[in-house]
Design a protein around this ligand. Structure first.
Ligand SMILES: N[C@@H](CCC[C@H](N)C(=O)O)C(=O)O
Length: 271
């Protein structure tokens, strides 16, 4: 079956977006892995499939990693899908439903998209962790990093705060930490340096994808974990290798993520 696709990205975190709103797409994990191959397929950090909108939303967004696993959240893809729906409908507000919940998004006058990523979940069962522990500081260390804070933004995140990001090698540490027994569903692993009470630098080893240029849910989790630790305030610019996201943890508990969304090109693919 030959279908059109769109290649989109948020700060270089890239997506193949397929439209399954009119008819279900016969995708298997093996086919997802094949499309994700950057040499033999199209290549992506996440595959995004649009599905018919449940009541009270504009679309259902299904998210898959390049290893074929399903993800509950993807901040950068949510902005991309929001911008696509806004262009289609001319609306400036849309709501995107995922397996983790409904995410309202709006277009800002400067062309950026803001998504309400919902409240973080901070309990050990929410992350989830393998056993009871204080999610503010897990007894986990590997080489030069230790004591991450964990939370769920609809997907599992652990953040290691380090003095100097340039002195650690996320690609060497990420695989073992993603698969650490503390994380029964694996985890996205953030390595963060606090630059100021309103500025963080972040590199994320993503579950099922490896190092990416940006991770929106990871930026939200990092700001939440930094604020919980008293390392920052509740609003910060998070600088990722692909660029900056503005994150605010509102007093009502919701996390707002603001950043760009781009279409790189369109094509057709056999699925
Ligand atoms: N790129 C993402 C996160 C994608 C999902 C993640 N790899 C997972 O498995 O949870 C983002 O922008 O949030």
């Amino acid at each position: 079956m030959l279908i059109p696709f769109r290649k989109m990205h948020g700060l270089g975190n890239d997506f193949v977006v397929l439209d399954g709103r009119e008819q279900p797409l016969p995708l298997t994990p093996a086919r997802i892995v094949a499309i994700g191959d950057r040499r033999r397929g199209v290549g992506f950090d996440q595959l995004v499939v649009l599905e018919p909108a449940p009541e009270g939303s504009d679309v259902f967004m299904r998210i898959a990693n390049p290893d074929g696993s399903e993800a509950g959240a993807c901040g950068n893809a949510t902005r991309c899908v929001a911008s696509l729906l806004m262009a289609e409908s001319g609306q400036e507000h849309v709501t995107i439903r995922t397996i983790s919940g409904a995410l309202p998004a709006k277009a800002l006058p400067d062309g950026l998209i803001q998504v309400d990523m919902g409240p973080p979940r901070l309990g050990w069962r929410d992350v989830p962790l393998a056993r009871e522990a204080d999610t503010l500081r897990l007894p986990l260390s590997l080489g030069p990093v230790s004591g991450p804070a964990a939370c769920s933004m609809g997907n599992p995140h652990a953040t290691f705060f380090v003095k100097d990001l340039a002195a650690i090698d996320p690609a060497a540490l990420g695989p073992a930490l993603e698969h650490d027994p503390w994380f029964p569903e694996r985890a996205n692993i953030g390595f963060a340096q606090v630059l100021a009470p309103d500025r963080l630098r972040l590199v994320v080893w993503e579950r099922g994808a490896g190092l990416t240029l940006a991770c929106g849910s990871g930026a939200c989790a990092t700001l939440v974990n930094a604020a919980r630790r008293g390392l920052t305030g509740r609003e910060a610019t998070v600088s990722l290798p692909g660029g900056d996201l503005r994150i605010a943890w509102r007093e009502d508990g919701h996390v707002l993520m603001t950043g760009p969304a781009e279409t790189a090109y369109r094509g057709e693919i056999e699925i």
